[in-house]
Design a protein around this ligand. Structure first.
Ligand code: 8LQ
Length: 474
């Protein structure tokens, strides 16, 4: 029943009694050191499998002078070179359609998902039936820890397209035995219909992005429906920072009155619920026996001690079609050692994933994460629901401006003082001042998916400087 074998095999009839908090008690609560020994052994098997089946890995490790048999411990494993998303993209371009890291025959691919391709060529995920089942079983297990039960109706409120997020939540909820409602998101007018259908179907659990949940709350209110009356019991999120960011989280809780669970890593490493909360609190556990997470130094890619901030590097331990072995995320987090207190002996990321290294910007020597700005402005009474962060260059100095929508309930005469209070708060938190510009509610578009709130005018200026003027030779 509770097995952990390679290649993975699951008892599809297993489901704990409702009152039991762990789906797989032994795997989830064993001493972390013991689990690490088992992970080291599993990594050897996964690497040997990839060596035998994936020219991509064989070439890469050959060049680095590494053979799976030389990786005996987790310390050895740190030396295995990381895989970057660009490498996967390039390998797929050269080896259409799934890349030379596909370890099963193309005939065995039963599901296709992909990246949205906003940054370059999209990457295809070719998923074999075995992997689809492993993801379903893993996600059911993680969702069980969130308290989701067969009696729940789970709304999938994210795009049902290439996005692994929606399908991962779908297949997990289905495996758990819940009622799945794949309503999707992203088509015109859909959000108002979502509100109506949620009521009619008695939805109890919501899945989507934090930005979309806040948008849904606004639309519900516009439709005369108090979001708290929708009857949601639990909401779980992935895709962007928010569920572990205090002010975003409290706005969601205040609107819906539901429990909030953060989850999610990267589509490539599905089961992407490998990072997920198992309690109604900010932060996520690293479910190490599904995907082995190392928080690493962003330059050398060596594992950092607990307590440190770094970038997650992921290794799938149950994927057979496109295994990911030390995939570099480029995200930022801080991790803490496993304790028995959280009921599962996994490392903990108390603030979840709070941003991407690439999205960080520097103003007068201070490194700033967009999510830190979200946290400040969303906590301000009178916040109107959206904001934009504008970085510009005036003379030699970069400047920061934040346009913040205000609630129409605020008298206009109070706005200068309101803006100044936000500005002061930003200075305290970020270490640099920002110009705060109040703007009317609904100035900015809402998103059904992942929010992009930073406008980098320096980038625009750089691009304009690089582009040839019409009529002039480049
Ligand atoms: N990203 C994903 N989940 C996040 C979270 N909980 N907190 C902060 N940032 C998060 C399919 C899942 O939703 C995971 C997913 O979104 O996969 P993608 O589309 O490949 O995007 C991955 C990126 O989303 C990560 O690298 C994080 O930056 C962010």
């Amino acid at each position: 029943m509770e097995q952990w074998v390679w290649p993975p095999r699951y008892d599809e009839t297993h489901r704990p009694p409702d009152g039991q908090t762990h789906w797989f008690p032994r795997r989830e609560t064993m001493p972390a050191e013991r689990r690490d020994e088992l992970i080291a052994a599993r990594i050897r098997e996964v690497m040997a499998y990839a060596w035998d089946n994936a020219p991509f890995y064989r070439r890469k490790w050959d060049e680095a002078g590494i053979h799976p048999s030389s990786v005996r411990t987790l310390a050895d494993f740190e030396k295995v070179p990381v895989v970057r998303k660009e490498e996967l993209r390039a390998d797929q371009a050269a080896n259409e359609p799934f890349g030379s890291y596909l370890c099963v025959s193309p005939d065995e691919v039963k599901h296709i998902n992909g990246t949205s391709g906003t940054t370059g060529r999209p990457t295809a995920f070719g998923i074999g039936e075995r992997d689809w089942r492993s993801v379903a079983n893993a996600h059911a297990r993680v969702m069980w820890a969130m308290g989701i039960r067969p009696s729940d109706t789970v709304l999938i409120a994210s795009p049902l397209s290439l996005y692994w997020g929606s399908w991962g939540a779908y297949t997990g909820a289905e495996r758990l035995g819940a009622r799945v409602f794949p309503f999707g998101a992203g088509t015109p007018g859909q959000t108002a219909r979502t509100v109506r259908w949620m009521r009619q179907m008695g939805v109890t659990v919501f899945y989507g992005t934090p930005s979309y949940a806040l948008h849904l709350a606004e639309v519900a209110a516009d439709e005369g429906v108090d979001p708290a009356s929708l009857g949601l019991r639990a909401m779980f999120f992935s895709g962007e920072p928010g569920a572990s960011i205090p002010s975003t989280r409290s706005r969601i809780v205040e609107a819906f009155g539901a429990e909030v669970y953060d989850s999610g890593s990267m589509a490539e490493v599905a089961p992407w619920m490998n990072l997920a909360a198992a309690a109604d609190e900010p932060g996520v556990l690293c479910w190490q026996d599904l995907v082995y997470t190392e928080v690493c130094d962003p330059a050398g890619h060596r594992r950092l001690p607990y307590g440190a901030e770094g970038t997650p590097v992921y290794t799938t331990l149950e994927r057979t079609s496109q295994p990911m072995i030390r995939l570099l995320s480029g995200d930022l987090t801080r991790w803490e050692a496993p304790t028995a207190e959280r009921g599962r002996t996994y490392p903990f990321l108390p603030r979840g994933i709070y941003g991407r290294i690439d999205d960080m910007f520097t103003i007068r020597g201070e490194n700033i994460q967009p999510s830190a700005i979200d946290d400040v402005v969303m906590a301000v009474p009178g916040y109107g629901g959206e904001h934009r962060v504008v970085i510009s260059r005036e003379t030699a100095m970069d400047t920061l401006a934040v346009q913040v929508e205000y609630d129409p309930g605020q008298p206009e005469s109070s706005l200068p003082g309101w803006a100044e209070r936000i500005s002061n708060r930003l200075r305290t938190v970020l270490g640099v001042g920002a110009t705060v510009v109040p703007v009317r509610q609904h100035t900015f578009d809402r998103t059904e998916f992942k929010a992009r709130r930073v406008i980098d005018n320096r980038e625009l200026l750089r691009r304009m400087a690089d582009e040839p003027l019409p009529g002039r030779e480049p």
